[in-house]
Ligand binder design. Structure first.
Ligand code: GDL
Length: 454
């Protein structure tokens, strides 16, 4: 069998507000220009894709989906339709397979060829009837998949068939306690033409390389398709990720069957994620994240136009992206600034200390950045960025004021936030719970030692 072409592109696979159809339609020509093969429609909160997967799309919805399928086709991009029946599917009932086929056929009738069956984020538990018929989850899921895919193999022979398993990263496979038996069974029972998704060692993986996917490829009997959550922000909507694809090794591409990125929920802020992924896939060996990042920012800059004014400067856009970089770090300049602040935070700095000067001018620049952003012509882009920049502005200002207070001889405990009424700022349920938990700086719950409990 010839090896199918490497699958690449975007999976709209996050929780929360799905993108609008006009946004998706605007994306397709750009995906083609970046050299991607695919767009996958998988928004967790298209209610008919997951929670109410049995309900057919109505005529209006079908017309919109038809426009997406046609929009992709017009630009030579493959449209993938995902369905996630596993919150409540009754694997043992043949009628459920029929319902699944009927639903997927609605999309096939519109011209969709690639179909994904998503088993992610569901419990390993089976209902009694399914357990009696299949024994374990993998057997049940493989049965459902193969019934659907057999149908698709004859209806759309040139389509791709993809499964996202319930254990979709190393941490989950290790934790399931069956020595990767779940994945092994899937690998044995799924047809050789079926691709399987994998997010790496973690749900959001800092690094992925060929060695780290060797085990899963071996167990599945096929190279996985990377479902990359590097830029996904649905698990912490206070953050955005505008940093470059990084930590994906040069040897990963040959070790995988495809690479799909599941990006930031706000549609408007994904240019860097997409452009740097394209650069990485075009030349994994020569890929340089810093250089790709600069290029991607420069290409994105026209989106920051201002009616009757100048678009954001290179430095302004970089400052923005530095504050919303990647899950594990800010951009290099912001990290250096934080190092400055850490250096002087415990001992009162001298008012003329250059580190304090840098903190002050940073606060000023971020203040100015927010003002500049409020002038953007593209209001959706502004609103997508507003929260994160507002917060950066407020905290930068507080940091500079605190260090000034200390430099002026003020005691730490006498510093208040002059611009905020007590108990209004950064409060609410989540903040209250976080204040209760013994979390360390990395957000891990610090387990008390025997000494602590004495
Ligand atoms: C997940 C979900 C995905 C979500 C992402 C980031 C997979 C396979 N599934 O676990 O829908 O957007 O994490 O929160 O990644």
């Amino acid at each position: 069998m010839t090896r199918p072409a490497y699958l690449s592109g975007v999976i709209e696979g996050f929780y929360g507000r799905p993108w609008r159809h006009d946004q998706r339609l605007a994306l397709f020509p750009r995906l083609a220009a970046w050299g991607f093969t695919s767009y996958v429609y998988a928004p967790k909160d298209d209610i008919k894709l997951r929670a109410r997967w049995r309900e057919p799309y109505d005529d209006l919805e079908l017309a919109a989906l038809a426009a997406l399928v046609a929009g992709c086709a017009a630009h030579g991009v493959r449209f993938g339709y995902a369905i996630a029946p596993c919150l409540d599917v009754r694997y043992a009932e043949d009628a459920e397979v029929e319902r699944l086929v009927t639903k997927v056929d609605q999309l096939v009738d519109l011209g969709a060829r690639d179909v994904l069956l998503l088993f992610d984020d569901v419990p390993h538990r089976l209902d009694d009837a399914s357990r009696a018929r299949f024994g374990r989850l993998a057997q049940a899921q493989a049965h459902l998949s193969e019934r659907l895919f057999d149908h698709l193999r004859s209806r759309v022979p040139d389509g791709r068939r993809i499964v996202c398993p319930t254990d979709y990263c190393r941490r989950m496979a290790d934790a399931s306690g069956d020595a990767w038996g779940y994945l092994r069974t899937l690998g044995e029972r799924l047809g050789p033409d079926v691709d399987v998704c994998w997010t790496g060692d973690e749900i959001v993986s800092e690094r992925i390389d060929a060695a780290s996917v060797a085990d899963v490829a071996d167990v599945l009997g096929r190279r996985p398709v990377i479902w990359d959550n590097l830029h996904a922000n649905d698990y912490d909507l206070r953050r955005l990720y505008l940093g470059p694809v990084a930590g994906r090794s040069a040897d990963l591409v040959d070790a995988t069957a495809g690479f799909l990125t599941n990006p930031n929920t706000p549609f408007e802020v994904n240019d860097v994620a997409f452009a740097t992924l394209a650069a990485y896939l075009a030349d994994p060996v020569g890929y340089d994240p810093a250089r790709a990042w600069e290029r991607a920012l420069e290409a994105w800059r026209p989106a920051f136009a201002v009616d009757g004014g100048d678009e954001l400067t290179e430095a302004e856009l970089r400052l923005l992206a530095e504050h919303c970089y990647l899950p594990w770090s800010s951009g290099p300049l912001v990290e250096a600034l934080l190092d400055d602040a850490r250096d002087v935070i415990d001992a009162p700095p001298d008012a003329s200390d250059p580190r304090l000067g840098r903190v002050r001018s940073h606060a000023h620049d971020v203040e100015r950045l927010l003002e500049r952003l409020t002038e953007l012509t593209d209001r959706d882009l502004l609103y997508a960025l507003y929260g994160v920049v507002w917060e950066a502005r407020t905290e930068s200002r507080a940091l500079a004021e605190y260090l000034d207070h200390r430099a002026g001889g003020g005691a730490p405990q006498r510093f208040g936030r002059p611009d905020h009424l007590a108990n209004t700022y950064r409060r609410g349920f989540a903040a209250d719970v976080q204040a209760l938990l013994p979390l360390d700086r990395d957000g891990r719950v610090a387990v008390p030692t025997a000494k602590d409990s004495r």
